[in-house]
Design a protein around this ligand. Structure first.
Ligand SMILES: C[S@@+](CC[C@H](N)C(=O)[O-])C[C@H]1O[C@@H](n2cnc3c(N)ncnc32)[C@H](O)[C@@H]1O
Ligand SMILES: [Zn+2]
Length: 1009
């Protein structure tokens, strides 16, 4: 037993870089990975969960209270894996243990016998015979409890969401119990799947020759409204079918006209030899363009037209079975014996016949009741309200007419889900436990079929297979979609889905020695007794980022039809909506009202505080806790931390672990978090003392400074670094019962956090520009002006962990934007604005305490819209800096007048402004002084700042005005060191590959030495 005051390894050190590397790599592993069992959003990697658990479970050998038994046994065990040298000293043993933790985070070793045995034996030496209980009350897809079981611990996993609970039950209970009889399970699963296949087969016929269709390409359609046209426009975002380098295929539209008839858009399949040969799609930026007349249907009208067809995912047939509108088949992908890869052909009437048959069958079944008041197809309504500013949930498709979950699938897709659900339903109550466990597994495959075959499924252009509906944590509105066949084994079929599930079962069965316990429960009301858990390790929702319950309904509507006697579904279904429970969900989701108020950030905070208080109650006296969190706003962090502190916890350590490939998150210069912070915590002791504000403030800068240095050496950068500093800062604050000022005023957490952001900002500035800037607050001598500090901080925050450029291009297959993306990002022009962006909340937290007044720089260096701040690209500053004459004219003058004054540029910049640069926004203090704003940098009206001059030089470089540039640089050298100091600092900050960096570096080369 580890004594209460003995520190755990994760409280003193952690192999951040090594575990990050494994965690990121794990994201690209599919085959057999437990996450392939069923989709759950934002799962934590197993690598980081396993490593953190070991760090929490094992004592630090350097701690004087570390049990001797552990120090004796651990080296012997470690020698079995040859992971580092346990040596002879405590420090050496600590290092070897950390090395083991880092090595074992590797997915390739996750089922390695020796590593499994050694890790379980280490846990046993530390905790005794009785396995420690690990509790995760926000268990979701189950990464944490799964790893607890792997390490030989007991696990208690609960979640509010019944879909998550089904995943947890299959993974943590069924598989460890029945997984050893995999062959038998496999047979039963195939039997269930086989009976559904028999029903659906006729609707997905094989075709007359040996060719087998694998996916049908559909386009939603609208009628052109131009006078004298009226053509049916197939809405297509891209005419590409395959971009495989050896096998390029695309569709070419042509206009067929017959006298007296409306024109028709004909199609042919061809082999393009270049990108240019493929015509642009007919739908983009929320509008549609008619290929026949060029007429445009604007966004609002397009929405109305889609609404009138309930999103238009289905074909419309007349009573005689003739297609009269709605979705149109545009291509069919098929396989042929002896030919690898996919081939493409145009659809024929034969392809519509089974679709018509499916429509008729759906109509017959529509009124059928399959179980207690449940219809065959999901008539449950989709909530049209956008959950929060940072999440879309299901709301995007409702703007285009989706009303119920049925509207998300075409008739044949619905039928394929119905038959699979029916086959499962026949077995789910079987008294043979193997059969009911198999039914759960096929239910997981049912989820896959829904995900890979809906009105939002796309075709991966290089892999030539279906991609899932949820490539994001939201439903996107698409124009064209693909419908994979349900039969056979190609992607999206029943068979492919089931095979993926069974592979995951196989790896899981090999890794988990005995089952855990799962339960559907609100994290704020645990069923566990007091002081029962050794480790409370959890990953709560990230504020407003993911509306789990809304998203899960996409699956729930089918699963509840397949498993009507599942207790979790029965107990938890919201009686009003017959969907998953929403009110108790611990997220900001304005679509739901609790106690008369829409759920917001304050609700989230209350909810996590309740869960943390429960965690504290059920934790044993000597136990430890850990919480994973990631959020891109400081508000999200403040809500979480205040919940933790209110719940009675002290933060003792924190480790940022990279869990995402940063380039992938968001392309194009937006700060995206690649790490999740793991906060290690302990119950705050009853006799914690009152802290002195002055002491706390004194300790803060050093702690943050040291921490930044350590993390940077491990490759953590930018916004990730900012949020990773919260841990050590909170260690200082949270260990006190409360913190008071000299005159006895209690300091609120929010006030402290404001200080933390300030200290982080100052440290960053000191690093990139020097100490004077970090101290500067309106007018410190020797500091560059506000705009330079703002720009430097902005770029510093944008830097990304993993060293990937902020401008990394988006991945293949994700480059086709969906309608709702475009609408969100496009503004009026519909095109994405250039420049780097950060959330306003983050910029504001930094700027204010460092004396940077954002409104002053609005329109000059930044532009704020919808809560996002954009750093204006240098190119966009040309007119501002040089006026309408443009850089060329200015350069010409510069070249002529190289002899003028100390700085020729000074008189030439801002030509359009009479008394100084035009700055939009209000000056602080409320006094408007025309277009001039008084502040340190612009004290003398019209004086350009150092940043302005650096940008001007970059523009001269861009314009190829070498002589003018030289003249300017000479003048700057005479003037002082500021110009070069800033230019060099910015060169280190502008993302690699950015136009700015290129210009700046070229300009610096021109500096005379
Ligand atoms: C970040 S996810 C956990 C992900 C998990 N660690 C994984 O790797 O898959 C948060 C989970 O909290 C659940 N949740 C939200 N509110 C809850 C509540 N009040 N009680 C219990 N669980 C809740 C959500 O359903 C979601 O599964
Ligand atoms: Zn037209």
């Amino acid at each position: 037993m580890i004594p209460k005051d003995c520190r755990r390894l994760a409280e003193v050190d952690f192999p951040i870089a090594e575990v990050s590397r494994h965690a990121v790599r794990e994201k690209s592993i599919r085959h057999g990975h437990p996450s392939t069992l069923h989709l759950w959003w934002a799962r934590r990697p197993l690598a980081s969960s396993r490593a953190m658990l070991l760090g929490l479970l094992l004592p630090d050998p350097c701690d004087p209270k570390c049990p001797l038994e552990f120090k004796e046994q651990a080296p012997k065990l470690l020698r079995q894996v040859g992971s580092g040298n346990p040596g002879t000293t405590d420090a050496e043993l600590r290092r070897a243990l950390l090395k083991f933790i880092g090595d074992f985070a590797n997915w390739d070793l996750a089922t390695n016998r020796t590593y499994l045995d050694v890790s379980r034996a280490l846990v046993k030496v530390a905790h005794g015979k009785e396995p420690p209980l690990i509790v995760d009350p926000f268990a979701g897809g189950g990464s944490i409890p799964l790893e607890a079981l792997r390490l030989g611990c007991d696990a208690f996993a609960s979640d509010l969401n019944p879909v998550a609970c089904l995943i947890l039950k299959v993974m943590l209970e069924d598989i460890p119990r029945y997984g050893s009889k995999l062959a038998e399970l496999r047979d039963i699963c195939n039997e269930i799947k086989g009976s559904a296949e028999k029903e659906i087969e006729t609707f997905y016929p094989a075709g007359t020759d040996a060719a087998r269709p694998v996916a049908y390409f559909w386009a939603r359609t609208v009628r052109c409204e131009s006078p004298n046209c009226g053509a049916e426009i197939p809405l297509v975002s891209s005419f590409w079918l395959s971009k495989k380098s050896t096998h390029r295929r695309a569709l070419r539209p042509s206009v067929l006209r017959r006298p007296g008839e409306v024109p028709w858009v004909g199609l042919e399949v061809f082999e393009p030899s270049s990108e240019e040969e493929v015509p642009p799609g007919t739908a983009a930026n929320g509008r549609a363009q008619c290929p026949c007349c060029g007429g445009v249907i604007p966004p609002k009208r397009l929405q109305t037209l889609m609404e009138s067809q309930r999103n238009g995912v289905d074909v419309q047939f007349d009573p005689a079975g003739q297609r009269v509108g709605g979705a149109r088949l545009i291509a069919v992908a098929y396989t042929r014996p002896g030919v690898t890869g996919r081939e493409y052909r145009l659809p024929s009437d034969n392809d519509y016949a089974p679709v018509l048959a499916a429509h008729r069958r759906v109509r017959q079944l529509e009124d059928a009741k399959v179980a207690a008041g449940t219809t065959a197809f999901p008539t449950e309504p989709v909530n049209p309200i956008r959950p929060s500013p940072n999440a879309r949930g299901l709301s995007a498709v409702t703007r285009y007419g989706v009303k119920t979950f049925s509207d998300l699938f075409n008739a044949r897709q619905k039928l394929s889900l119905y038959y699979l659900a029916s086959a499962i339903r026949l077995e789910e109550r079987s008294t043979d436990r193997n059969r009911s466990a198999a039914a759960d597994l096929v239910a997981a495959a049912l989820g896959k079929r829904a995900d890979y075959s809906s009105g939002g499924t796309r075709w991966h252009l290089t892999f030539e297979k279906a991609t899932c509906t949820f490539s994001k944590q939201a439903l996107s509105q698409t124009w064209d979609y693909i419908e994979p066949t349900a039969v056979g084994f190609t992607s999206g079929s029943y068979g492919a889905g089931l095979e993926t599930v069974l592979q995951a079962v196989e790896t899981l069965a090999a890794a988990i020695p005995s089952p855990g316990q799962t339960s559907v429960a609100d994290a704020g009301h645990s069923t566990l007794p007091d002081a029962s858990a050794s480790v409370w390790f959890t990953d709560p929702p990230y504020y407003d980022a993911i509306p789990y319950a809304d998203l899960s309904d996409f699956f729930f509507v089918w699963l509840k039809r397949a498993l009507p006697s599942n207790r979790d579904f029965i107990d938890r279904t919201d009686p009003e909506t017959t969907l998953t429970p929403k009110r108790e969900e611990c997220v900001w989701n304005s679509a739901y009202v609790v106690e008369g108020k829409a759920k917001d950030g304050a609700f989230f905070e209350r909810c996590v505080a309740g869960a943390f208080a429960e965690g504290r109650r059920i934790l044993r006296d000597e136990g430890v806790g850990a919480v994973v969190f990631a959020h891109k706003t400081t508000e999200g962090w403040e809500a979480l931390l205040s919940g933790m502190v209110r719940g009675g916890w002290v933060i003792t350590a924190s480790w940022p672990i990279a869990t995402e490939r940063s380039g992938r998150l968001q392309s194009q210069g937006t700060a995206a978090l690649a790490t999740s912070v793991h906060l290690v915590c302990r119950p705050r002791s009853e006799d914690a003392r009152v802290g002195d504000w002055a002491d706390v403030l004194r300790e803060l800068p050093n702690r943050v400074g040291d921490w930044m240095e350590r993390l940077q050496s491990e490759g953590v950068r930018g916004a990730d670094l900012v949020f990773a500093c919260i841990g050590p800062a909170l260690e200082i604050f949270s260990r006190h019962a409360k913190v008071e000022t000299a005159d006895g005023r209690e300091v609120a957490l929010a006030e402290y956090l404001a200080k933390v952001w300030e200290v982080v900002g100052r440290s960053a500035l000191a690093q990139v520009l020097g100490t004077a800037e970090a101290k500067a607050r309106n007018g410190a001598a020797g500091a560059v002006e506000e705009d330079a500090r703002l720009t430097a901080l902005f770029l510093w925050t944008l830097q990304s962990t993993n060293g990937e450029s902020a401008e990394a291009p988006s991945e293949e297959g994700e480059d086709e934007q969906s309608a709702d993306d475009e609408e969100d990002e496009g503004g009026s022009s519909g095109r994405k604005a250039k420049g780097f962006t950060l959330v306003f909340d983050v910029v504001r937290r930094f700027a204010q305490p460092l004396g940077i007044e954002l409104p002053k720089w609005e329109g000059r260096v930044i532009e704020t819209k919808k809560g996002v701040v954009r750093l204006l690209p240098v190119a966009e500053r040309a007119k501002q800096l040089f006026g309408d004459d443009g850089a060329q004219a200015v350069a010409a003058r510069l070249e002529r007048e190289t002899a003028v004054g100390t700085n020729p540029l000074q008189e030439l910049l801002f030509p359009d402004v009479e008394a100084g640069p035009k700055v939009r926004g209000r000056p602080s203090g409320g006094k408007r002084t025309g277009t001039v704003v008084s502040d340190e940098s612009l004290a003398t009206a019209g004086e350009a700042t150092t940043l302005d001059r650096v940008h001007a030089a970059m523009l001269l470089q861009a314009g190829g005005r070498t002589n003018a540039l030289r003249a300017l640089l000479r003048a700057e050298q005479e003037r002082g060191p500021e110009f070069l100091r800033l230019a060099n600092a910015l060169s280190a900050l502008y993302p690699k590959g950015s136009e700015e960096k290129r210009l700046l570096d070229a300009m610096l080369l021109a500096v005379p030495r």
